[in-house]
Design a protein around this ligand. Structure first.
Ligand SMILES: [Zn+2]
Ligand SMILES: [Zn+2]
Length: 364
């Protein structure tokens, strides 16, 4: 499959902005994101946030006419909306059964189940919540989705049963504005294909498995985690997951032929290249602006930062923690010694760009 071509996906290279069904989206390193949420809060959060935002995303896409189907044709609309979720890079999706009372949706090659391993229980909560919200947007009834079979529980497919939820109130009508896509469907050059690939319905940024998530779902999940567990705990967990679970993938990338082209490149050049190519993840447009040869420390300037842009209010503290830890592990992999990153300027504080210092951790 071409990268997201058929999956409701668009890319605006001028701002390094990703869109899915017309709303800003992010390609997130799956292990860092999912395992942070799961270890702090379990699964319910992924389901409930994805469900409420799924309703809004789908309602907006339906009203905009972007799906090319009239809202009255609920059957066709539902199939199209559900099948377009294959573009999220979490596996291949199909509607197996559909009526106003009950829907069955299948997910093959679930990334969530693959990353979780054989845990003996359902693992695809984010996807389950999203399709519950989509069901409400199409049929205007409250629904509850349950994963009745999961690859993590020895099923060959992940299977979701979506039933009318008689206890919940009906969903609120949506009055948000119309779709504003200023981006074209993604067309990657040969060079880009060495950075972003799609395999088995999943996406890889270099060697890092990623999936596409609506940017507001992403921000909401972190806001809730911070309210429940405190800012410091969330940061510690996120940092731990990045270093334990994503760093090995980046170390593999640094050693791979697509980076080390038969000679030993300068760590600065490798760092510069990998940092600037994080723009394909949709967090912003970063570049290595200063690099000190002696200390091997540097400064990254990131423009068009998405997290400050969509966060509900201005903040006194920098907000771009997810890219910050990503830059720290990239610097660590490039220099083969532990680095940290500090966000010294952030657009969330009305500063012109986000700025990160990458600093060698004191190993003495
Ligand atoms: Zn599953
Ligand atoms: Zn920032």
């Amino acid at each position: 499959m071409a990268y997201g071509m058929s999956g409701g996906f668009a890319w605006d290279p001028s701002r390094s902005r990703l869109f899915w069904l017309g709303s800003p989206a992010l390609l997130v390193p799956a292990k860092a994101f999912l395992n942070t949420v799961k270890s702090l809060d379990g699964y319910d959060l992924l389901y409930t946030v994805a469900k409420s935002h799924g309703y809004k995303i789908a309602s907006k896409a339906i009203r905009s006419g972007a799906l090319g189907i009239i809202p009255a044709d609920q059957t066709a609309l539902y199939s199209k909306l559900i099948e377009v979720t294959s573009g999220l890079g979490v596996g291949w999706v199909e509607v197996a059964e559909q009526s106003k009372e009950k829907m069955i949706v299948n997910l093959a090659d679930s990334l969530f189940a693959h990353l979780a391993g054989g845990t003996g229980k359902p693992e695809c909560h984010l996807f389950s919540g999203l399709i519950a919200g989509f069901s409400e947007a199409v049929y205007k009834n409250p629904y509850r989705s349950r994963e009745i079979g999961c690859v993590s529980n020895r099923n060959t497919l992940c299977v979701f049963s979506i039933l009318k939820d008689t206890e919940s109130p009906p969903p609120e009508p949506i009055t948000s504005p119309v779709l504003q896509i200023r981006a074209s469907p993604i067309k990657l050059s040969e060079v880009d294909r060495s950075i972003l690939t799609s395999e088995e319905g999943w996406y890889f940024w270099y060697d890092v498995p990623c999936f596409l998530i609506n940017a507001r779902i992403f921000v909401s999940i972190f806001n809730i985690l911070e309210k429940r567990h405190g800012h410091e705990t969330v940061l510690e967990t996120l940092q731990k997951k990045f270093f334990e679970e994503v760093l090995p993938d980046i170390q593999k990338t640094v050693k791979s032929p697509r980076i080390a082209l038969g000679y030993k490149p300068h760590p600065r050049d490798v760092l510069d290249k990998i940092i600037s190519n994080t723009r394909f993840l949709g967090f912003g447009t970063p570049k290595l602006s200063r690099y000190k040869e002696v200390s091997q420390e540097g400064t990254i300037i990131q423009d068009h930062s998405i997290i400050p842009e969509i966060s509900p209010q201005k903040s006194k503290v920098p907000l771009c923690d997810f890219p910050k830890f990503l830059y720290a592990i990239i610097a660590t992999a490039c220099h083969k010694t532990k680095y940290k990153a500090i966000e010294t300027m952030c657009m969330a504080r009305n500063e012109s760009s986000c700025e990160f210092q990458i600093i060698r951790e004191n190993t003495s």
